[in-house]
Design a protein around this ligand. Structure first.
Ligand code: FES
Ligand code: CO
Length: 335
């Protein structure tokens, strides 16, 4: 399964503190905890002794560092997974094979990322992360009963603004979409010239305006939206405000979503920016959860498409070409 070789977000970095945290990725139950060196450990959430859930245990001081203690018989597992202490047999020295199942974990974009299989591989890029002038804020998590690809398509879709987000991001009688361009990139796709009519285009504007966006798919379950600065807009020159969508495919049809905002809005506080994002996403959620099938059909004949859906048709072909199998319905077309 190629998805296991990709890096996926599983939790906000701030959530992983002293107590072990249970998360799920691609149907696997994982436990996250932070070791004495501050590094995140990501393990199978199952004790190799008798299968108890390690996330019910606790992080304890051990041999000058810390270890994760199983809730059942108190076995201790050090960073890296080695069993280092068996309370029922205090003099026993566990052999190297006595260990928890450990996965690669990294921190980036305010999130913890885990890769279940393979070596190397890049995290999804987010260029605005590196612009020190922009504020970075994580919004979420939002749990959604649908597949990750349905969420990516919703993020790429401007034609729903006037309906799902009426009065917030669009209006039903201003829902026309101008033609836009889509092209392949090494990581995914790039859609440019995406224009939408918006009731309030920036925090500073009081009038509706046409706003231009650029959308990128940066990994099978990640995308970035960048607002193309327009000459007349208020703001500081050169700012490229972006929002990244990062999705954890907990299961094929169950997802956890975060947005990473890189914004030049220095007026509203974090809670206000999050509240806005919460409102928008909670408008999307019931519609997303109503879509059937929940897994995205890669057979382009399975649903209807128009020129306004170019980005989504392109995305389906990209998933098919990458051999993505989780959260999709396979195509019967060999093209
Ligand atoms: Fe974990 Fe026995 S099941 S120590
Ligand atoms: Co929406």
């Amino acid at each position: 399964m190629i998805e296991k070789e990709l890096w996926h977000p599983v939790a906000l970095a701030d959530e992983v503190a002293q107590a072990p945290l249970a998360v799920q990725l691609l149907g696997e139950a994982l436990v996250l905890w932070r070791d004495a060196a501050g590094a995140v450990q990501a393990w199978t959430d199952r004790c190799p002794h008798r299968g108890a859930q390690l996330s019910l245990g606790r992080v304890v001081p051990c041999d000058g560092g810390t270890a994760l203690e199983c809730p059942y018989h108190g076995w201790r597992f050090a960073a890296g997974g080695r069993s280092v202490h068996v309370p029922a047999l205090p003099d026993f020295v566990p052999p190297p094979a006595h260990r928890a199942t450990v996965y690669a974990a990294r921190e980036a974009h305010g999130l913890v990322w885990v890769r279940l299989e393979g070596e190397g591989g890049e995290l999804p890029a987010f260029a605005a992360e590196h612009d020190a002038r922009l504020r970075k804020i994580d919004c979420g998590p939002y749990d959604v009963e649908t597949s990750a690809p349905r969420l990516v398509e919703n993020f790429l879709d401007m034609a729903h603004f006037g309906f799902v987000h009426e009065g917030w991001l669009g209006a039903r009688d201003m829902a026309a979409i101008d033609d836009y361009r889509v092209e392949a990139t090494p990581q995914g796709l790039l859609a440019t010239g995406c224009k939408a009519w918006q009731p309030q285009s920036t925090i500073h504007s009081t009038a509706p305006a046409q706003v231009e966006y650029r959308y990128e798919v940066t990994a099978p379950y990640a995308a970035v939206l960048t607002k193309v600065p327009d000459a007349a807009s208020v703001g500081i020159e050169g700012y490229q405000e972006s929002i990244a969508l990062f999705i954890c495919p907990m299961e094929a049809e169950r997802s956890r979503v975060w947005f990473r905002m890189a914004t030049a809005d220095f007026e509203r506080d974090d809670a206000q920016l999050r509240a806005f994002q919460d409102t928008i996403f909670l408008q999307d959620k019931p519609v997303l959860e109503s879509q059937r099938p929940r897994s995205l059909p890669l057979d382009l004949r399975a649903e209807l498409h128009t020129a306004a859906d170019k980005a989504s048709s392109f995305y389906r072909r990209y998933l098919r070409d990458r051999g993505i199998t989780v959260g999709v319905r396979p195509s019967s077309i060999q093209a």
